[in-house]
Design a protein around this ligand. Structure first.
Ligand code: MN3
Length: 199
């Protein structure tokens, strides 16, 4: 069966009071995410990837030397990335569960130091991409940044948190101020219970 666009886990205006407007979610989910679903399904039709899982396709088609040219990888990885992204935010106030706080403190020294590193990764990604908090193959937590649709699945890492730093994610609400968008994301939007559940 072809991949489907999942509904948002909240209404389009649910995050408006927390810095992500209804207009952003209408464009970002209904247009951008939907285009990755439509184009991803089209790209895998009749290929060896039809019927495989998103993760299998991502791992099987990732080629670090040819990311920009790879239509199957780009659309399927972005489909997966956005499926995760909506779940990582919440309209409700969220407190970081203690086991996550401990893991972050163990790896970064403090929650504030983690946030600074995450913001620097997102702000420092030149052009389109993502900032991530991952559990690495050695079990430690790590902040990474990736270009375009590349994600932790490509490297065998566990995805705990991801922030979309493509312009379509912040330009309506924050214009060119990507660092402010990242600060707002970490301080107001993240669903820390969801992040902890991924460990
Ligand atoms: Mn996006």
């Amino acid at each position: 069966m072809a991949f489907q666009l999942p509904d948002l886990p909240y209404s389009h205006d649910a995050l408006a009071g927390k810095g992500m407007s209804k207009e952003t979610l209408e464009y970002h989910h209904d247009k951008h995410h939907n285009a990755y679903v439509t184009n991803g399904n089209k790209a895998i039709e009749g290929t060896e990837w039809e019927g495989k899982s998103l993760e299998e396709i991502i791992k099987g088609t990732y080629d670090p030397k040819a990311v920009a040219q790879n239509g199957i990888f780009n659309n399927i990885s972005q489909l997966w990335n956005h499926n995760q992204f909506w779940e990582m935010m919440s309209p409700d106030d969220s407190t970081m569960p203690s086991e996550l706080e401990k893991a972050i403190t163990d790896s970064f020294g403090s929650v504030d130091k983690f946030k600074d590193e995450f913001k620097a990764a997102g702000a420092g990604q030149f052009g389109s991409g993502w900032a991530w908090l991952v559990k690495d193959t050695d079990g430690g937590l790590k902040v990474t940044k990736t270009e375009n649709g590349v994600n932790p699945v490509c490297f065998g890492q566990t995805t705990l948190l991801g922030c979309d730093v493509w312009e379509h994610s912040y330009y309506i609400d924050f214009r060119n101020a990507r660092p402010d968008y990242l600060t707002n994301f970490l301080d107001k939007l993240v669903n820390w219970e969801n992040v902890a559940s991924r460990m």
